[in-house]
Ligand binder design. Structure first.
Ligand code: ADP
Ligand code: MG
Length: 345
């Protein structure tokens, strides 16, 4: 009998490595292939940066609490975020959809309102896509194309021992937003007469339903300060998982300071309401679409007074591993979670 291996034995990242082993790049223009937030193509003066993502109903979004307009917006955001995380500027997107007859023209119009709003805000052109049917549910695939300069692109593999670890914004909010929406959904399902109690959680719920990518960092703050990160990744799966990607690609270790990880007081409060440790939400929650990056220690002055950037650790020798320095002064190995479970059919 032929062997059957469950994909969950490899996990998402193990599976990608397995499927793509032995792939060799034939063209000089394929400057950087698999393994970063985006591929980089070299066509002369400027480099072209390309990233693609799929969002699946029931896995990545739930239409019971995701308005279609927000979903359209978010589908664009998650892709332009991958372009920004290369220190490149998004210019075009394509949008491909598969949907069942449950979706009306009006519903799809709403989705496109969100897509168009994001294209306006991020200054990208919608240049194509594909439309087809599905037996069940909505599938969304967006590809983003951007432009970068060779000396400015930031990869996952550029972090060096002694570099300083920085993060933008605040973390954990998107995950807690999801917890609130899930809680209210369960209450509604068991008692449809009850209106959702979203409390004063606009910010936290907004982080889940309508995240933004850090255009400001890449288009304003970094160029104004003449700062080029030595490595960078966007935080889609949680800070811990992203730090593992940088360390693995750069062949280094890291010490993350718990005290330097930015968490808003209202996010902290909600975490405690859910009996969750706030730092765990920040480390493993995901979907915040902030940037994790490293800088040379010579550039420390450039970031010190930059708004919304937090210094949260240091790159060390690989031998030292990847560790969390807690507020209580303990140091222990950081755990990376953050890969999807491939569920039953
Ligand atoms: P991100 O979380 O930034 O979207 P992923 O973890 O999805 O990145 O992907 C990591 C790398 O693996 C990227 O370079 C991506 O293009 C590549 N990749 C993911 N899935 C596949 C696939 N099925 N075939 C080829 N390359 C893939
Ligand atoms: Mg990414």
């Amino acid at each position: 009998m032929s062997k059957r291996t469950d994909v969950n034995e490899l996990g998402e990242f193990g599976l990608i490595e397995h499927l793509t082993q032995g792939i060799e790049l034939k063209h000089n223009s394929s400057y950087k292939g698999i393994g970063d937030d985006a591929a980089v193509l070299d066509y002369g003066d400027k480099l072209m940066v390309v990233s693609t993502d799929i969002l699946v109903e029931g896995i990545h979004f739930d239409l019971m609490y995701s308005p279609l307009k927000h979903l359209g917006y978010k589908s664009v955001v998650v892709n332009v975020s991958d372009i920004y995380s290369m220190n490149a500027i998004p210019k075009q997107i394509t949008v491909s959809l598969a949907f069942s007859n449950r979706f009306s023209v009006e519903a799809l119009d709403e989705f496109y309102e969100g897509v168009k709003a994001a294209c306006k805000f991020y200054n990208v052109d919608l240049v194509g896509g594909d439309t087809t049917s599905s037996r069940k549910g909505l599938f969304i695939s967006v590809t983003a194309i951007g432009e970068g300069e060779k000396e400015k692109l930031a990869y996952r593999n550029g972090a060096k021992e002694g570099d300083i670890l920085c993060v933008t914004g605040d973390l954990g909010g998107a995950y807690l937003g999801l917890q609130i929406l899930e809680r209210e959904k369960q209450i509604y399902l068991s008692n449809p007469g009850v209106q959702p109690d979203l409390g004063k959680n606009d910010y936290i719920i907004g982080r889940q339903l309508k995240p933004e990518a850090r255009r400001d960092m890449i288009e304003e703050f970094f160029p104004d300060a003449k700062l080029v990160p030595t490595s960078m990744i966007d935080i889609s799966d949680g800070l811990a998982s992203e730090l593992f990607h940088i360390c693995k690609a750069s062949d280094v270790g890291a010490i993350l300071n718990e005290g330097g990880v930015p968490i808003r007081p209202d996010v902290e409060e909600q975490a405690i309401n859910f009996k969750l440790d706030p730092i765990t939400c920040a480390l493993s929650g995901g979907e915040d679409y902030e940037l994790l990056f490293t800088i040379s220690p010579d550039d420390l002055e450039k970031v010190r007074y930059m708004p919304d950037i937090y210094i949260c650790g240091e790159i060390v020798n690989k031998k030292e591993g990847i560790k969390l320095h807690t507020k209580g002064g303990n140091i222990h190995p950081l755990k990376a979670q953050g890969w999807v479970h491939f569920g039953n059919e």
